[in-house]
Design a binder for this molecule. Structure first.
Ligand SMILES: CC(C)(COP(=O)(O)OP(=O)(O)OC[C@H]1O[C@@H](n2cnc3c(N)ncnc32)[C@H](O)[C@@H]1OP(=O)(O)O)[C@@H](O)C(=O)NCCC(=O)NCCS
Length: 140
């Protein structure tokens, strides 16, 4: 009937609303936030993936204990749950620890770019996850 939505349209609208909210995941240690990760629809990266990882950061003291793996896995799972099919991010080309981490998380390298912000030149490389449904928390 005219004016009524099909279930496919309703599901599409629900996914669209869900995609507009940006998941923000935190890691806590003894009740104190020691890391965070967030992302969502493409806002800043300009990547051709359906979503982006906007930021991932841990305090120095809790690095190399699997916290980043768990946090990143939660973010990817949440993006997939909200209907995104792929994701990606930019990282400084010289940030070798983070690059090794993203490779361990199953990311593949994409384009490189040079970003100029005032006097600062940022040399960056993209990491991409083409299939979020296959990139769950247990992967890596
Ligand atoms: C990148 C970051 C989130 C990784 O988190 P983490 O909790 O230290 O990583 P994990 O302990 O979960 O490591 C998972 C795997 O990633 C790889 N890895 C992580 N850190 C690494 C390092 N410094 N060198 C080499 N490999 C590394 C390893 O394969 C590791 O598995 P293993 O410990 O069994 O060898 C963390 O180092 C960080 O916050 N860095 C500063 C902020 C930053 O650079 N963010 C990215 C900006 S785009």
């Amino acid at each position: 009937m005219a004016g009524q939505w099909s279930s496919a349209q309703r599901n599409g609208a629900a996914r669209s609303a869900s995609r507009n909210a940006r998941p923000f995941c935190v890691a806590e240690n003894d009740g104190v936030v020691c890391g965070f990760a967030f992302g969502g629809k493409i806002l800043w990266t300009g990547l051709s993936t359906s979503s982006e990882v906007s930021s991932l950061y841990l305090l120095e003291a809790i690095k190399r204990r699997g916290v980043g793996r768990a946090l990143f896995g939660r973010l990817l799972a949440e993006l997939a749950r909200r209907g995104f099919t792929s994701t990606g991010l930019w990282v400084l080309t010289g940030n070798l620890p983070a690059r090794r981490f993203y490779e361990a998380m199953g990311g593949r390298t994409g384009d490189t770019r040079i970003e100029r912000k005032d006097e600062v030149v940022l040399d960056e490389i993209a990491y991409l996850w083409d299939d979020l449904a296959a990139a769950g928390p247990s992967r890596g």
